[in-house]
Design a protein around this ligand. Sequence first.
Ligand SMILES: CC(C)(COP(=O)(O)OP(=O)(O)OC[C@H]1O[C@@H](n2cnc3c(N)ncnc32)[C@H](O)[C@@H]1OP(=O)(O)O)[C@@H](O)C(=O)NCCC(=O)NCCS
Length: 160
Amino acid sequence: MAIRIRRARSADTEELTRIAHAAKRFWGYPEKWIRLWKPDLTVTSEFVRNQVVFCAVRGSTIVGFYALSGDGQRRELEHMWVDPEAIGAGVGRLLFGHLLRHLRRQGVTKLMIASDPNAEGFYRKLGARRAGSIASRPAGRRLPLLVVDLPPRRSACRGR
Ligand SMILES: CC(C)(COP(=O)(O)OP(=O)(O)OC[C@H]1O[C@@H](n2cnc3c(N)ncnc32)[C@H](O)[C@@H]1OP(=O)(O)O)[C@@H](O)C(=O)NCCC(=O)NCCS
C-alpha cells in the first residue's frame, strides 16, 4: 500500500510518542536510559500545534514521522522515527526527502541534526555531513552532530 505524508495532528500525539519510544528501543538501549529520555521521546499536542511535524501514513496507520524546530534560515531536526515494523523499507528516505523539499520551500539553508550514533550512516547517505559532536545524556554520552547544507535557490529571471 502506498505511503503518503501528511501534517501531524493533535490526535496523533499518543501514536507518535509510542513510535518514538519503540524506534529508540530498536537499538537495544537499557530501559533506564529510555526512561531518562522519556521527555525527549514524548510528543505533546502543544508541540504538534507549534512546530512542523509530518508523519508517513500507510492506509490509516502512522509508520514514521519527523519534526523540526527553529526559524530563519536554520532548522534543527527534533524527531525522525520509523516504526520498527517498517524500518529498512524506505520510509526514512521518503520522510527525509519530504523534509528537504519543505526546507527548500521555506528558504532554509542549514539543517542541524544531533543524531543517534546508530542513525548517522542513514543521514550521511542522504547528504548530511559530520560537523562535530554534542553532549547528551547520560553524562559522558556524546552524539554525532550532522549538518545538511541547502544552497539558496537562485531566482529565475523571466525572459532569460
Ligand atoms: C534511522 C531511520 C530513521 C532510517 O529509516 P529507514 O526507513 O529504516 O531507512 P530507509 O529504509 O529509508 O533507508 C534509506 C537508506 O539509508 C540506509 N540506512 C538506513 N538506516 C541506516 C542506518 N542506521 N545506518 C546506515 N545506513 C542506513 C539504507 O540502507 C538505505 O540505503 P539504500 O537506499 O542505499 O539501500 C530508522 O531506521 C529509525 O527510525 N531507526 C530507529 C530510531 C532512530 O535512530 N532514529 C533517528 C534518530 S536521530
